[in-house]
Design a protein around this ligand. Structure first.
Ligand code: ATP
Length: 265
């Protein structure tokens, strides 16, 4: 199977700060890859580099074999890269439908010069696609509700639906379960698996050990801006270097975020 995403020797320095330093890893097409590491390890910077919000200081980023390191976000979106944000970026005073429609504009073929009838038909089609996506993320009942009125977990789903509205090949999820309870994060896990089953390759950044273990096919661990290791989702937690770096010392452990999953799960 080919690589959907490949980073080769990618670095991003902010002045003397090496936020990302000589990072190389690849994500196979059709898989879910976890990108984990302690706070400040460089995960969001990597997501920003892949999605064009930052340009690398050095290195190569390819999407399905094509060099994309110099592309700006809108070009990357058109090439099939969609993302969500660690801090939600939704239009709170707009409805769920309106937010998801924003994601559709890239594939919207409407032209100003088109006859009103044709344009109306295309708009109706876009609405239909957006409604289907809203249904898939389980938000049908709040389609016409302003995002500001939704729970945090629901807003996270709107963000995923909006990202999916661009019909991506690669979906970058930056801490999609941050601040969620167990039931909510389990729901997001199922949603990620459903999206992946439809053929979308996923790069998942999350601190939730259980989620990462259950949904990812491979896990890349960053520490101090560099790749510490890469392994299967169960093996990765057995690595002493990961325990030390990601989990911190045993004394610093807190049950929910750092306890390795039960053996055999
Ligand atoms: N624009 C910037 N200017 C200077 N330093 C930055 C900038 N962006 C990130 N950094 C630094 O780079 C390092 C990596 O940050 P990054 O946000 O990528 O880490 P992270 O692994 O996503 O952390 P977290 O899990 O807390 O979100 C941090 O030390 C951060 O302070």
């Amino acid at each position: 199977m080919t690589a959907m995403l490949e980073l080769s020797g990618v670095s991003k320095h902010f002045g003397g700060m090496k936020a990302v330093n000589d990072v190389s890893f690849s994500v196979r097409e059709g898989t879910i890859c976890g990108l984990i590491g302690p706070n400040g390890a460089g995960k969001t910077t990597v997501v920003n580099l892949i999605s064009g919000y930052l340009q690398p200081t050095a290195g190569r980023i390819t999407l399905a074999g094509s060099d994309v390191a110099d592309l700006r976000p809108h070009r990357l979106a058109a090439a099939g890269v969609a993302r969500t944000y660690q801090n939600l970026k939704l239009f709170d005073e707009s409805t769920v439908l309106e937010n998801v429609l924003i994601g559709r504009h890239l594939s919207f073929k409407g032209r100003r010069w088109q006859l009103g009838r044709v344009r109306r038909r295309e708009e109706a089609e876009q609405h239909e696609v957006a409604r289907r996506l809203i249904d898939r993320v389980g938000l049908t009942s709040v389609t016409d509700v302003d995002v500001a009125e939704l729970s945090y977990g629901m807003r996270r789903r709107v963000e995923i639906a909006r990202a999916m509205a661009t019909e991506p090949r690669l979906l970058l999820l930056d801490e999609p379960t941050a601040g969620m309870n167990r039931a909510e994060s389990d729901d997001i896990g199922r949603l990620i698996q459903m999206i992946n089953a439809e053929g979308v390759t996923v790069l998942l950044v999350d601190h939730n050990v259980r989620l990462v273990t259950e949904v990812c096919h491979r896990v890349v661990v960053l520490d101090w801006g560099s790749v510490l290791t890469e392994a299967g989702p169960h093996q990765v937690w057995q690595d002493e270097r990961v325990k030390t770096a990601y989990l911190g010392t045993k004394e610093r452990r807190t049950a929910d975020t750092v306890e390795a999953p039960d053996a055999g799960r």
